[in-house]
Each structure stands twice: as C-alpha cells, then as structure tokens.
Write a protein that binds this ligand. Structure first.
Ligand SMILES: *[C@@H]1O[C@H](CO)[C@@H](O)[C@H](O)[C@H]1NC(C)=O
Ligand SMILES: *[C@@H]1O[C@H](CO)[C@@H](O)[C@H](O)[C@H]1NC(C)=O
Length: 476
C-alpha cells in the first residue's frame, strides 16, 4: 500500500476510534505512541513548579504553608517562621534539586512561601524567582546552578507589589518583566533601575472576571518585533513594555470562553517562519481551558450542587504579526483544563497533564486527562492531533511538565488539596516523578534522529542541524 494512503487510513481509523470512545476513558493508540517511565516514586515534595538549569539539574518546589513534606531538610536545618500559617517550626524541605543524569535528588531550603510564584532564567544561568503567598509575596530568590551543595539565596522584598499568580518573562536586556498577579493590574521589572517602579496595565483589569478572575498567570511571549504578546482570559494584546502602549488588540478567541487561571489552558509560540522576510511569521497556539461559569459551578458551597463542567476541547491559533490577525479554531481529541504544552525539539507540540472536567483550584478537577496528545503544526488541517500512550498517574491541579535536554519530558506534581493528603481523597497528593519519551525516541525512529557530528558549532551547522530535525520530523 502507498505510504500516504496507509497514513490516511490510519487517521480515518483514529477518528472512528474517537467517535465511539468517551474521552475520559484511557485511550491506547494503535501506533507506538511514546513511553512512560517512573523515575522516582517519591521526591518528598509536590513538583508544583519545575525549572531546568544549564547543568541538567531541575529546581523543583511546592509551598511552605501546607504542612510537613516527606523529605527532611539537610544538616538538621529547620525553618522557624512566626508568620507561617500551618506549622511555624518546619524541618522538612519544600524544594529539591533533581539531577537528571544521575536520577537523584537532594533537599533545598526555601525561606518563604513560593506557592503560585513565578520566575525566569536570566543570562548568567541562574533562576530568579519572584513572589508567592503571604511572607513570600514580594520576595526575590535566586538559585545559581552548581555541582555542589548550593541552595536558594533570598534577597528580601525585591518586588514593589505583591505578586501571586504573576507571569515573568526574560527581556533582551537581561532583565525580567513581572506581569500581574492577583488583584495587581500592573507590571514591574527586576532588577530595578528606574522609577516609578510599578506601571499600570488596564488590560489586566479589563480581562478580570467578577468572582472567578479567569486571567491569572497570563500567557506572555516576546514577539520578533520586540513587543510582548500578552494573552489573558479570552483575548490578547501586543504590548510595548518600554512605552506602556498597546500596539495591537487581537480579536477575542471565538466562543469567548476563558483560558487563564482558574480556567487554565496552555499556550505555546510555534516555531517562527520566514526568518529572512521583512515580517517574521510568529504563530501562537492556545489550547484547552474551561467554559465560562465552570469555576462558579465547581465551587458551589453545597457539595450536592457542585458540578464539574466538561473542559474546553478547542485550540485557537493566530498569526500575531499579520495586519488583520484572526483566530483559527481546531478541536482536540479530548477536553482539557490545567494541561501543559511543551514545544518539542522537532517543532511539534506536546499537550500533557490536566483534567477533562472542572477547573483549577482546590478539589475542582475531575476526569484526569491521562493521554498526552501531539499537535503537528505543519500537518493538514483536521489531522494535526495524535493521541499518545496514557500515564497511570492523574496529574491534576499543581502538576507540571518540562522538556529535558535529551528529548524526554519530565512530568511531576498534582495536589488538589490544601495540605499533603495521601489517603481517603479522590486524587492523592502525588510526590512521584515520571519521564515521558515522545515517539521520536522510539527505537524504530532511531535512524531519523539527528546526530551531533562535530563539536565545533557554527551558525551554519546549527541551521543545518535544525533543517535535519525538521526534515526528520516530517517523516515521523
Ligand atoms: C509520605 O508520608 C506520609 C506520612 O508519613 C505517608 O503516609 C505517605 O505514605 C508518604 N508518601 C510517600 C509517597 O512517600
Ligand atoms: C523560634 O523563634 C522564636 C523567636 O522568633 C523563639 O522564641 C523560639 O524558641 C524558636 N523556636 C525554636 C524551636 O528554635
């Protein structure tokens, strides 16, 4: 049979399969759809936040205010903090450093509450991490990559405003911009150079829904023209952070349903195209979220009245540099809220983690979305999604996924409760770490994978390597 005919038949088969398969059931695709590996049964904390550093180590943290974790601090250290909400004297860790190559972890000591904080890696390779809850809301903390015994360095109240659920982005000058956060319709920079230190951003007030907000943790990307693309709730602006001016206002995403916390979707900037043209083609993809009103339904006081609405099963895609940009909508194989999207090295998007029903927030998610899905940006419309093999571990509220240097995806976290809860709950606190190997790591694809043939890098060879990668990708 001709190769393309068989591919076409395969996709037709898949569609038939999905037509009869309810999405909350585990879907095992017929093809070799990636591989799951349990790396650690327990790292002692919840991988609520993860950041890969340049030495192949991952900094992971949860929060300091929800009880004792399952990992002791080293050298008999303890936090003695009278501000602390749950335990004032805590000898357990709420952060770890995970060594990818050795598959080992060690406890770190974070001083203040990093829960729902934000951060970015700066040019010297360190993670500069800001904000959080209560005693952490204005803190700045730095973690320098090291091969020894280093730990978090806290530099005090480095932020002017409280930042809880804010988004950070590294800027071309090496500074970070820190945007929004709960009840903060403004932004600031770190480190500080000029005053005033806090600048208003009315877009954040305009996109803030009464009662449910639906615009926290905005999706922020640096555009090729130097402006920031900022998406919150159901719409976006192009923003000149140097002058504080909105350069462009994009249309609302069709349907108008929210895509930001607690109706948490995910967003990714697709690989840029037309790099030599006057206008670079930059395209943004936003997937999942929850219908308007989902948070209110999931959080009704009387438990009998609580309803967990089906999450959104749509993605919107938009070319942000076009003169008249329009969203193009597509339908995922399954609905998903609290999903994580990661751009893989072959330019394909991995959609992973989250739930099929409900929203983010305590106890608000149902129907774990166990199957990752690939999105092929260059595929024919209507056949871009490819469901992959499922995990067995629900990754609900407070779960994460990040790309590792070897092409695997590190997956961890999940804790929809206000404390560590291991028994008698629908979705126990998850301390495990898994690796997901996308299909490009299957042994049958070995011959397609790019190899490093020389260690003397130059611009030309880097471009050739990317070319090979993309060519290989189009064969998978
Ligand atoms: C964490 O510790 C608690 C209490 O000591 C225990 O019940 C639970 O099984 C531990 N969980 C893991 C994953 O180690
Ligand atoms: C914790 O600090 C307080 C003072 O802030 C002190 O009175 C108390 O003894 C300390 N607790 C321990 C166990 O060190």
């Amino acid at each position: 049979m001709h190769r393309y005919t068989s591919i076409l038949l395969f996709f037709l088969f898949l569609q038939l399969f999905f037509a009869v398969q309810p999405c909350h059931r585990v879907v095992t695709s017929a093809a070799a759809g990636g591989r799951w590996q349990l790396l650690q049964k327990s790292i002692g904390i919840v991988a609520m936040h993860m950041q890969l550093l340049n030495n192949d180590r991952v900094v992971i943290y949860d929060r300091t205010d929800f009880g004792r974790s399952n990992l002791s601090l080293p050298h008999g250290k303890c936090r003695n903090n009278s501000w602390e909400l749950v335990i004032k004297y805590d000898c357990t860790a709420h952060s770890v450093e995970y060594d990818v190559l050795a598959n080992k972890f060690r406890p770190l000591m974070v001083q203040t509450d990093v829960w729902c904080s934000s951060g970015a890696v700066v040019p010297d390779g360190s993670l500069v991490q800001t904000g959080g809850f209560t005693d952490g809301e204005r803190k700045v903390r730095t973690f320098y990559p090291c091969n020894g015994d280093c730990d978090w360095v806290e530099t005090g109240d480095g932020l002017k405003a409280r930042r809880w659920y804010a988004t950070n982005h590294i800027l071309p000058d090496g500074k970070q911009i820190i945007i929004g956060g709960r009840r903060q319709f403004n932004y600031e920079f770190y480190p500080k150079t000029s005053s005033p230190d806090v600048y208003t951003l009315p877009f954040l007030a305009q996109t803030n829904d009464l009662d449910s907000e639906n615009n926290l943790y905005p999706f922020v990307f640096l555009n090729s023209d130097g402006n920031l693309f900022i998406f919150a709730n159901n719409r976006a602006i192009l923003f000149d952070y140097k002058t504080g001016k909105v350069v462009k206002t994009y249309p609302a995403i069709p349907g108008g349903d929210p895509r930001s916390y607690p109706s948490t979707g995910s967003a990714v900037l697709l690989p840029l195209k037309n790099l030599d043209a006057a206008t670079i083609e930059a395209e943004l993809l936003v997937c999942g979220g929850a219908p308007k009103g989902s948070f209110e339904m999931a959080t009704k006081r009387k438990s009998a009245e609580r309803k967990f609405l089906k999450a959104l099963d749509t993605c919107g895609r938009i070319k942000i540099n076009e003169p008249n940009p329009q969203w193009v909508m597509e339908t995922m194989p399954c609905s998903r809220v609290m999903g994580d999207m990661t751009l893989l090295p072959n330019g394909v998007v991995l959609i992973i983690n989250g739930a099929g029903d409900g929203t983010a927030g305590w106890e608000n998610g149902r129907s774990p979305a166990l199957n990752p899905v690939l999105y092929w940006p260059g595929g024919a419309a209507g056949s871009r999604f490819e469901p992959l093999n499922p995990s067995t571990i629900p990754r609900m509220y407070h779960s994460t996924a990040i790309l590792l240097r070897d092409g695997r995806v590190l997956v961890g976290g999940s804790n929809p409760h206000s404390g560590y809860e291991f028994t008698g709950v629908l979705f126990p606190t998850e301390l495990s770490l898994e690796a997901f190997s996308p299909p490009y790591l299957d042994s049958k694809n070995k011959y397609l994978r790019p190899k490093i043939v020389s260690s003397t890098a130059s611009k030309g060879s880097a471009v050739a390597l990317i070319g090979t990668l993309l060519k290989a990708a189009s064969h998978f």
